[in-house]
Design a protein around this ligand. Structure first.
Ligand code: DGJ
Length: 734
């Protein structure tokens, strides 16, 4: 496993446990992509380099080879040259030209993995866990240097890619596209899975065959966004959860992104991902360098399920950090849907009392505790307590919550400012805006300009001060609008388009400072629900609020779609009231609880007003969830039945030691006179026995996987969960 270089044939091999990635130098100069897929131990040079002349494509010669770069498969294609397909790097040189010709200079292989300066990145704890190949390229005319980084994790079928551009010339150059990775497949027999959505409807998986030409996905909103997730999967035609080759790219970044495919004239497929280029330009002065975010390239020859499990393990072990990395998360109650802005200490304590009686462990005070905030029209930026609502302040309330045996959590939206606020009165220029243009509000708020150091310092100090002033165990970090009129009065005119990326660098700096100086606090990110549900934020905060849509039925599609890359340990999931506030739908409490307990379990309704019967059911479910949380968010996740194909949904988790199994079936609409419905489990030992913990029945693993469990549900919105324990001491009687 690791990096191997065949000097004679000029081939670079990256070997993971079951996959291989190969590159080659063509003409002794150009780095080309050869292969990514199931493990290969060796490649014949003739197989690695195919040569083809094309009408209307320029011919080049070098090192005894004649080739056209418009045909050969690129590894980091540049714009303005002889490859007419979609480029990964766009540069404008000092003379205005943009033909960028990157030639091979050399390579270096190192043990371990370097951090990406200023950006979230995967990490290793021991150098032996990974190896990194750096390939150095250069445009000799302008001395523009590009380093391509490839990290091979010893235990995972992933290649982590990124790029660094350094200006070795003596004049500035401008980058107008800077992707993290690009590579070409020889064919186009793929379906493309993308994860679009909207507020309240995030990450719905969409699948479509590839089409000729360029197909792009991305976000220009200043956030990774509800509208499109930075995850794309190419699935070999005919593949499914358990079969077929699947290739994915997932960007470790929370801002604008661009990803897509280009199927060329010969039905070859280019696959690329990186920062968005629409609202981007970067002036690289002489001697300066810029790093791209990392992109995770994952491959499975055994379908989408194993691809997802690779992502889950990788993120849980090498992206998420801190105390809660492997720790069971507290079951919480959040007052947002219970009270919205209309609360006082009495109401809050009544909910906390009811929560304690149910066995809930954390109370989270949401929006509305600061400034004059009675609705969403004021006070963002004024981070001082509203003593009309909370006379004993945050400190006093935190104490009272702790006295009740609960932990205390607090909501912030640190990146924002309301026009009606003391902060805006003092610093009207601290927000993102374009001089002499209207400052368009969204949810009555503007975005603070995090490309400015003084703004970042202010936020870091302000939020840290509050966290240090009271016993706060949990923080919900929200962000509720996207960028418009993108301009900064802290940047010169030739650097204005750097703002969206500089904003992300500022945000990451703030988050690093606050999370590292408060290691005992559990942080949950949120952006109007799942608007920044990406690996970038998971580096700082181990869980995220999956969606503002708490409807159990809607959550099936949202959580199922999210699971393609993100583990259950990342997903905040709450039981809320009916009729549901987002959809008006009325679903049984059991279904809402069964859906929510599959993620980081919480409640978001007025517990002080529930019926005795519902409270008893909640208490039982909470006790059950406490027994499951040591393995459920951290085990192997299997998608059994897709909500995108007919409605009914099922999923399953097998604990890492194979001893415990959780399975859930959700019936969306009932059917009259249905046939026998069975749920076939996965990932079990066919020759082992498993005890159904509810009714004491014993089943063989083979039986559970091949014949399945009978599902017999009556009515709309019904659910059933099972819990099995492996029984190694069971003996079949004659
Ligand atoms: C949007 C979040 O997603 C909600 O959960 C809630 O915190 C509101 N913001 C508060 O304004």
């Amino acid at each position: 496993m690791g990096v191997f270089v065949d000097h004679k044939e000029q081939l670079f091999y990256l070997q993971t446990p079951t996959t291989t990635y190969v590159m080659k130098l063509t003409g002794g100069r150009y780095l080309t992509h050869v292969y990514w897929g199931k493990k290969l131990f060796h490649l014949n040079k003739k197989n690695a380099f195919l040569n083809r002349m094309l009408a209307f494509s320029a011919v080049e010669e070098g090192d005894g080879e004649t080739y056209t770069r418009d045909f050969i498969r690129g590894e980091y294609p540049t714009g303005g040259g002889t490859d007419h397909r979609f480029s990964a790097l766009g540069v404008t040189f000092p003379d205005g030209s943009w033909d960028c010709q990157l030639e091979y200079v050399g390579f270096e292989a190192i043990a371990g993995k370097e951090k990406v300066p200023g950006l979230p990145s995967l990490y290793v704890e021991e150098e032996a866990e990974a190896e990194t190949l750096k390939i150095f390229l250069k445009d000799p005319l302008w001395n523009l240097q590009v380093t391509l980084y490839y990290t091979v994790f010893k235990e995972y079928d992933v290649i982590v890619r990124r790029a660094r551009v350094s200006n070795g010339g003596d004049q500035p150059v401008f980058l107008n596209r800077f992707l993290s990775a690009s590579l070409d497949f020889e064919q186009d027999h793929f379906d493309l899975l993308s994860f679009p959505g909207a507020w309240g409807r995030e990450r719905h998986m969409e699948k479509a065959g590839l089409r000729s030409g360029i197909t792009c996905f991305g976000s220009n909103r200043g956030a990774s966004s509800h509208q499109m997730n930075p995850l794309l999967i190419l699935e070999e035609k005919g593949g499914d959860e358990d079969h077929g080759a699947a290739y994915a790219m997932n960007l470790i970044y929370s801002g604008n992104f661009l990803a897509g495919t280009e199927v060329d004239q010969l039905h070859q497929t280019r696959f690329f991902m990186g920062m968005g280029d629409d609202n981007f330009s970067w002036k690289l002065a002489a001697g300066e360098e810029l790093d791209s975010p990392e992109v995770v390239l994952a491959f499975s020859s055994e379908g989408l399920g194993s691809l997802s499990r690779t992502f889950h393990d990788l993120y849980r072990n090498h992206l998420v950090r801190g105390k809660y990395k492997k720790e069971a998360r507290p079951i919480l109650v959040n007052n947002w849907e219970a009270t919205y802005f209309d609360f006082n200490e009495e109401k809050i304590l009544a909910i906390a009392d009811a929560a304690r009686d149910l066995g809930i462990e954390l109370f989270v005070l949401d929006d509305g505790w600061f400034g004059e905030r009675e609705d969403d029209s004021t006070s963002l930026g004024d981070w001082f307590v509203n003593t009309k609502k909370l006379p004993s302040g945050i400190q006093g309330l935190a104490e009272k919550i702790h006295q009740r045996g609960l932990k205390f959590g607090l909501w912030f939206e640190p990146e924002m400012v309301s026009k009606v606020s003391k902060l805006y009165e003092i610093h009207p220029d601290w927000c993102i805006h374009v001089k002499n243009r209207k400052r368009t509000e969204c949810r009555n708020q503007l975005i603070l300009d995090l490309s400015r150091e003084e703004v970042c310092d202010y936020i870091t100090n302000k939020i840290s001060g509050i966290l240090d002033s009271a016993e706060i165990d949990y923080v919900k970090w929200d962000m509720n609008r996207h960028m418009t009129e993108i301009g900064s009065c802290g940047l010169s005119s030739d650097r204005q388009k750097e703002l969206p990326h500089r904003y992300m660098l500022g945000l990451y700096k703030i988050m690093e400072a606050i999370t590292q100086s408060h290691p005992d606090i559990l942080f949950e990110s949120c952006s109007g629900g799942g608007g920044r549900f990406d690996p970038g934020l998971l580096y700082y905060m181990p869980q995220a609020w999956t969606s503002d849509d708490t409807d159990g039925i809607e959550r099936l599609k949202i959580q199922y779609g999210s699971s393609f890359a993100y583990p259950l340990s990342a997903m905040g999931s709450h039981v809320s009231a009916v009729p549901n506030h987002q959809t008006g739908r009325v679903t049984p409490l059991k279904l809402r609880m069964d859906v929510a307990m599959s993620g980081n379990y919480g409640f978001e309704l007025d517990l002080s007003k529930q019926s005795e019967e519902d409270l008893a059911a909640m208490k039982e479910s909470i006790a059950l969830a406490k027994g499951l949380r040591s393995f459920l968010p951290f085990g192997d996740f299997y998608r059994l039945l897709s909500p995108y194909q007919g409605g009914d949904t099922a999923w399953q988790v097998v604990s890492k030691d194979g001893q415990r199994i959780f399975a859930a079936y959700f019936q969306v609409l009932s059917k009259p006179n249905p046939g026998i419905c069975r749920l076939k489990l996965k990932g079990l030992d066919a020759s082992a026995f498993y005890l159904d913990e509810e009714n004491g029945e014993i089943y063989s693993g083979g039986e559970l996987m091949e014949l399945g469990l009978v599902v017999s549900l009556y009515g709309d919105y019904q659910s059933k969960t099972w819990l099995f324990r492996r029984k190694d001491d069971y003996e079949v009687s004659d």
